[in-house]
Write a protein that binds this ligand. Sequence first.
Ligand SMILES: [Ca+2]
Ligand SMILES: [Ca+2]
Length: 503
Amino acid sequence: MTRQFSLLLAILFGLNLPLEPGTRHALSAAESGKPNVLFIAIDDQNDWIGTMGGHPLAKTPQIDRLANRGTLFMNAHCQAPLCCPSRTSLLLGVRPTTTGVYGLNPSFRTLEPWKDRVALPQHFQAHGYRTLTTGKIYHGDPGSPELRRKEFDLWGPSGGIGVTPEKKLIGNTPMGNHPLMDWGVFPHRDEDKGDYQVASWAVEQIKSARKDEPFFLATGFFLPHVPCYATQKWFDLYPDDDRVLPLVKAGDRADTPRFSWYLHWNLPEPRLKWVQEHEQWRNLVRSYLACTSFVDSQVGRLVDALEEAGLADNTIIVLWSDHGWHLGEKGITGKNTLWERSTRVPLLFAGPGISPDGRCRQPAELLDIYPTLIDLCHLSARTDLEGISLMPQLKDATTRRERPAITSHNQGNHAIRSENWRYIHYADASEELYDLQNDPHEWENLINHPQYAATVAEHKQWLPRVDVPPAPKSAHRVLTYDKKTDEAIWEGERILRTDPIPE
Ligand SMILES: [Ca+2]
Ligand SMILES: [Ca+2]
């Protein structure tokens, strides 16, 4: 069978024939009426988005406006509460428990089973799309110009933090005084921030887009990832008093298993106790909110550019964050947990074929983005994806979804989030259960209440059956556990049952 003929069959019958990255369809995608895609990633953005209700004071007018134009998933969750595994899962369309990518290393392209796997942007490239990227989409740069071209046709500025103060604003932080662990206001210009430059480049690409070739434009914002620096005007959106603080319950960890601490055993992100004692809690919360509002304004610049270029009606916008962030809840700041604040993320679609004002409360996964974009853009289907298209919910947000959202953090640790419940199973067999309808903050672990045995059993059946150990050369935030010896290894160091929890 010639390649042209196999491509033709793929177009006609949606067969999952391998499409080599960099090769293009015989048919021009524009001729077949394919919409553009504006793919917007936000880093470490939790559910503190105005219309999601995660924080009553969060101001995100641009994302809210976009949500009104499209469908917002109110119960969407990452597949891993960490950049590299979450993004790897989304871009490959497979779970972290399938690849074994759980830590910040390795890059999946260095792993034999995944080095040639067609990632989401490559699938678009193979269907005649011009693919462009700026800012943080993948975790880490592929390296050489040749490797970069395999992932995207054109690379813009990498963005990142941008301008920084001369020294850390909050002084030394515990557990290693990591340079990124900083936040606050200092005099600088918004234009000197990495995210502003990323948005500016994306706006230029939208303005100069060719009319005869659809684009897939990936724009990855860095904030509100730490360090959370913002200019005064963004801080001024939030009161300088304790109304900004999230609700936390004293002693909330008394009923969570000790193993829950192992998932974030020793990390640069300070605990709640430290930010309280150093009078940094309110400053951190305001800084995070200020950065969220700043990124929101950059999203607005992209949407405005699409409208001004006359492309809004022919462009699918998908906006997502790679995972959430705690700001004191459950006694910690940071990610790396299997609770709501760490797994719940904004996920919204807007554009042709998508219902406006949709608010879907069914569980959804970032894993679903790949097959959903295939459907929205009428590309050939793939049989190697583990997500399920959200197309029915984009037509009618009340359409039920059978499968819950599943988040994994290292082998053996999983959260199963259904419409109303969260069930957590750790590698040492300890468990948690929360009734999100009556306990939205997940304060009361119901696992020992016998009346919920059926609920637990129902959720347990969704635990991943494929649950591989960490891939070779896994590092950074990697936890392993041996049931036979009850031995947990965090970042290469053994944790004993009697070890005090690091602060
Ligand atoms: Ca991240
Ligand atoms: Ca509790």
